[in-house]
Design a protein around this ligand. Structure first.
Ligand SMILES: NC(=O)c1ccc[n+]([C@@H]2O[C@H](COP(=O)([O-])OP(=O)(O)OC[C@H]3O[C@@H](n4cnc5c(N)ncnc54)[C@H](OP(=O)(O)O)[C@@H]3O)[C@@H](O)[C@H]2O)c1
Length: 230
């Protein structure tokens, strides 16, 4: 069965990705910051021999290299850059938290590329050859009609550009890179008023990932299969 590596796998969309891929028989490399307190993830891992829980804080770029070395003999079919932060809860225009913005760039923008760099050899060994980055429609210039959310929006716009370049640079090696919008989802980040639940979002994104063509590499695709304008 194929192998998927997922970041931020302990709650929200990452946990649901883990649940669904494990239920389908995939081997899941479920990465999270604090395995010792990842109770929901641990429960899935204990009820399935498919899930391996691994410690990874994606803000620690050296730790990404270290994990890649630990897994050097493992072929990976699919990588899901899911871990993300929403840093705009406090302080809008006039009170921008620049340190929080730098951390958002580290987690939301730089870490996905670092994961791709570190794990390209593992993807080359796998058959699936696909990197998916969970971005957000809030990073779409076209969709921005309400302003604000400078930190989150810009970190997602930037990761979209990063992944577009990556898709072109990895094409010759047969690796595709896609950018996903999960919808507005009921998670800690999306809140209780969001429009869909994690099961619906992840089922949709998995359907998209199962059908991604070479021509779609570098595209920005919603959980329902629709292309998102940049
Ligand atoms: N929910 C939505 O409506 C929505 C909409 C558009 C896009 N998204 C995107 O979807 C992705 C998943 O979001 P979610 O809704 O599942 O959010 P969530 O419930 O807040 O979960 C975020 C996940 O990211 C992890 N994370 C944060 N910083 C990390 C770090 N430095 N290293 C490793 N893991 C880290 C968290 O781990 P800890 O538990 O350790 O904090 C948690 O597992 C994010 O990229 C988000 O931007 C969500």
């Amino acid at each position: 069965m194929p192998t998927v590596l997922i970041t931020g796998a302990n709650r929200g969309l990452g946990l649901e990705f883990t649940r669904q891929y494990a239920a389908d028989g995939w081997q899941v490399l479920a990465c999270c910051r604090q395995p010792e307190s990842a109770d929901a993830l641990d429960a899935i891992a204990r009820s399935s021999n498919k899930v391996r829980v691994l410690a990874l804080d994606v803000a620690d770029l050296d730790a990404i290299d270290t994990l890649a070395k630990t897994l050097r003999d493992t072929a990976i079919d699919l990588i899901i850059n899911n871990a993300g932060i929403y840093p705009d809860h406090h302080g809008g225009l006039g009170a921008i938290d620049y340190d929080a913005w730098m951390l958002a760039f580290r987690v939301n923008t730089m870490a996905p590329l670092k994961v791709a760099e570190a794990f390209t050899p593992h993807l080359e060994r796998g058959a699936g050859k696909l990197i998916a980055t969970v971005s957000s429609k809030m990073g779409s210039l076209d969709d921005n009609t309400s302003g604000g959310c400078y930190l989150y929006r810009s970190s997602k716009t930037a990761v979209n550009m990063v992944m577009k370049s990556l898709s072109l640079d990895l094409a010759a090696r047969g690796i595709r890179a896609v950018i996903l919008h999960p919808g507005w989802v009921q998670t800690d980040m999306g809140g209780a008023n969001a429009l869909i639940n994690a099961e619906q979002s992840v089922s949709g994104m998995r359907r998209v990932l199962a059908r991604v063509t070479e021509a779609q590499s570098g595209h920005f695709i919603s959980y329902d299969g629709k292309e998102i304008p940049w």
